[in-house]
Ligand binder design. Structure first.
Ligand SMILES: Cc1ncc(COP(=O)(O)O)c(C=O)c1O
Length: 365
C-alpha cells in the first residue's frame, strides 16, 4: 500500500496553462487573464498595507468584501462567501455535497478542473455532452446528482445559456445547482436573481478576470444564507488573506474602472473574432474574454507549436470535441494584432507547403 489514497495515487492532477517567468517577452493569451492592470485604487490600497494587517490573522469571513459584493449584487451580506479564487469554491462545493454515493454532473466540454476535483473526492462525475450548438442538455435534469455544475459563459467554448433555462433547471433538480460565472463579467446577463427564488442555487464569481486580480486569488459565492452557512463549515479557517480582502474590496468598489475595462475587452473580442474569421477560422460568438477558434487550414496542435516558437501562448486542449480548436484570450489591441500577424504567417506557410506538395504529386504522376 502506498502513502496516498488510491484515487490520489492514480490522479493526474489539474494541468494549468503555462505561466512564463519572463512576462515581458511573451504574448500570453492562454489563461484568460485581463490584459489591463487592476484599478488605480487597488494599487493604492496595496501600497498602503500596514504591518498590523500582516501581523494579525485576517477577518475569517472577509466582511468588508461581503458588504461591498452584497451591495453590488442587491442581496444581504449573509448571501455572500469569500473564497480563495473561484477554484476554491468549486473544491468546497464538491467536498460539501458529493461523495461515493452522491455524484456531480455537468455538461461537457467544460472547465477541466471539475473531473479532477470529483476524482479527488471519490465521487462519480456524470458528464452529459452538449449538442453541436452547446445548448443546455435536457438529460441534465434527470441525473439525480447531488451537485450539478453549469459553467456560464462556458469555458472553453465561450457560449452562454439563457438564465431562464437555468431557472427551469434549478426548479427541476433535486440537488444543488452551481452556476460557474467566472466569465460572466463579459456577458450580457447573469444569474444573480436566481438565488432569490431558489434555495438550491449557488453562483460562483471570480475577481481574476473582469477585475484583473488573478494574481491575488479571490472569488466569491452568492447563495441563500442556509447554503452559505453550510459551505462556511467546509472552508479553511482563514481562507482569504488580509491583503486579498483589502485589494478585492477596492476593486469591486471601483465599478467605473471595471466597466470601462470590460467594454474595451468586449470591443476587442468582436474585432478579434472578425479578423480570425478572415483568416479562415470558424468561431462561435463568445460571451467571455476568450474565443474558441478552429482553423480550416491547419491542425490546432501544429498552430499551437508554431505560435510557441514565436513566444505567443494560446491554449490547446488535447481533449475529445475540442482538440481541433485553440482557445485564445482577448489581449490588448497590440497583442491581438501580433497574434493575428503570426497566424497569417503560419497559415500562409501552410498553404505554400500544401501547394508545393500538390504540384510534386502531380509531377510524379
Ligand atoms: C470556468 C472557470 N471557473 C472558475 C475558475 C476559477 O477562477 P479563479 O480561481 O481564478 O477565481 C476558472 C479559472 O480559469 C475558470 O476558467
Amino acid at each position: 500500500m502506498g502513502y496516498f489514497r488510491e484515487n490520489v495515487e492514480k490522479a493526474k492532477g489539474y494541468e494549468p496553462g503555462f505561466q512564463p517567468v519572463q512576462v515581458d517577452e511573451v504574448i500570453k493569451l492562454n489563461t484568460n487573464e485581463n490584459p489591463y492592470p487592476p484599478s488605480p485604487t487597488v494599487m493604492k490600497v496595496l501600497a498602503e498595507i500596514t504591518p498590523e494587517q500582516l501581523r494579525w490573522y485576517p477577518d475569517p469571513q472577509g466582511n468588508i468584501f461581503r458588504q461591498a459584493a452584497a451591495e453590488l449584487n442587491g442581496v444581504q451580506p449573509d448571501y455572500i462567501m469569500c473564497c480563495n479564487g473561484g477554484d476554491e469554491l468549486l473544491s468546497m462545493a464538491i467536498r460539501a455535497f458529493c461523495d461515493e454515493n452522491r455524484p456531480v454532473a455537468y455538461p461537457v466540454p467544460t472547465y477541466s478542473l471539475y473531473p479532477v476535483l470529483a476524482n479527488l473526492q471519490n465521487c462519480s462525475a456524470i458528464e452529459i455532452p452538449f449538442d453541436g450548438e452547446f445548448n443546455l442538455p435536457a438529460k441534465l435534469t434527470a441525473t439525480g446528482a447531488a451537485l450539478t455544475i453549469v459553467c456560464n459563459p462556458n469555458a472553453p467554448t465561450g457560449t452562454f445559456i439563457d438564465v431562464g433555462e437555468l431557472a427551469s433547471l434549478a426548479d427541476e433538480l433535486t440537488g444543488v445547482l452551481l452556476i460557474d460565472e467566472a466569465y460572466v463579467d463579459f456577458a450580457e446577463a447573469n444569474g444573480t436573481a436566481l438565488v432569490k427564488d431558489f434555495d438550491n442555487v449557488i453562483i460562483l464569481r471570480s475577481m481574476s478576470k473582469g477585475y484583473s486580480l488573478a494574481g491575488i486569488r479571490f472569488g466569491y459565492a452568492i447563495a441563500q444564507p442556509e447554503l452559505i452557512a453550510g459551505l462556511m463549515k467546509v472552508k479553511d479557517s482563514y481562507n482569504v488573506d488580509a491583503v486579498a480582502i483589502a485589494v478585492a474590496t477596492a476593486a469591486i468598489k471601483d465599478q467605473q474602472y471595471f466597466k470601462e475595462n470590460v467594454e474595451k475587452v468586449k470591443a476587442d473580442r468582436k474585432e478579434l473574432i472578425e479578423q480570425l474569421r478572415t483568416l479562415n477560422f470558424e468561431i462561435a460568438n463568445s460571451f467571455a474574454n476568450f474565443v474558441l477558434a478552429k482553423s480550416k487550414i491547419c491542425k490546432a496542435g501544429e498552430i499551437y507549436d508554431k505560435l510557441v516558437k514565436r513566444n505567443i501562448y494560446v491554449r490547446y486542449f488535447d481533449l475529445p470535441g475540442i482538440d481541433d480548436k485553440l482557445r485564445i484570450t482577448v489581449g490588448t489591441k497590440e497583442q491581438n494584432q501580433k497574434l493575428l500577424s503570426a497566424l497569417n504567417e503560419i497559415l500562409s506557410e501552410e498553404i505554400v507547403l500544401r501547394d508545393l506538395s500538390l504540384s510534386e504529386m502531380k509531377d510524379s504522376q
